[in-house]
Design a protein around this ligand. Sequence first.
Ligand code: PLP
Length: 362
Amino acid sequence: MIRERHLFGPGPSNPYPEATRALASPLLGHLDPEFLRIMDETCDRLRTVWGTDNARTLPLSATGSAGMEAAFVNTVHPGDVVVVAVNGLFGQRMTDVAARCGAEVVAVEHEWGQPVDVDRVLSAHPAPAIIAAVHAETSTGVRSDIAALGAGKGDALLVTDAVTSIGGIELRADAWGVDVGYAGTQKCLGVAPGLAPFTINDRAFDRRVEKPRSWYLDLGMLGGYVGEAGVRGGQRTYHHTAPTAMVASLHAGLGRVLEEGLEAVWARHQAAGDALQAGLEEMGLELFAAEGHRLPELTTVRVPEGIASAAVRAALLERHGIEIGAGAGAYAASVWRIGLMGPNARPDAVLLVLAALRDVLG
Ligand code: PLP
């Protein structure tokens, strides 16, 4: 029997109980009318959390990284210039994925812990086909200004990674000029990992690659899978077997989020993050992400001098059932990442993680 964990790392987070219960519901066939209704409603709910009216908004059947691949494989034509803002691990991953899709990548490197410098990104190339950035860099705990990139993108498409922002902080894809966005279920949406909420507007879809190198992630073919209006009269066609249990779980998790209200959920994440960050500073610990740009849902903190990072994380898990994350990349041993996402964005979780850290640090 596995003991219950407090998943206070960079994700996955503990799911909402509604999302967990849905996994135990009777399994539906992927063309069952009841499942099609759940899928339609899930896409509607995703439109709300994305802040979009895009018809092509759906849960891709894979994790966030597949969302990233879908974004680039469908939009990058060979030799296209893709400007990528790199201020952490996931911006770096975007450069790799875009290059594999045939892009001429212009990486705009930033010091880790800093937000994206909008002016530098917008002036990195005179006529990029795509500008790409991560909204919430999970590797560093930093939020970047996607609206400012959207306002200055010109003719370029704006691709946005919202894996750690969706359902946790303000996200308004249409108002901010996001053309293509991908996310994950396992962070602030409070659902187990396994799906990638995805959205693409007409502007980007009209410029898409006719026959992308990926069959599975070909958005032209996926339209029939979600009964997209205008695709064979909205009729469902088999593309792949939808992971029906996971979609039902996402449907329930989104239901929970929307019942509370998006703005209330954002405020709850902000309050928990503020309290955690204040508490860590009171303990004499130093926060890593640049002040004024810190994510409430994912806090990065420097490991104090002389403390073995891994030993602390192991003790938290063993003594208190608490998982926190190591740092990413070059900061693996010198930074901890503490996530309070979804149902964990609560005052009791703040107190628990602070008390446990105090206990372990002695
Ligand atoms: N982008 C960001 C910002 C992430 O935090 C993650 C995962 O942590 C990913 C992309 C990749 O998502 P996944 O691990 O679900 O494939």
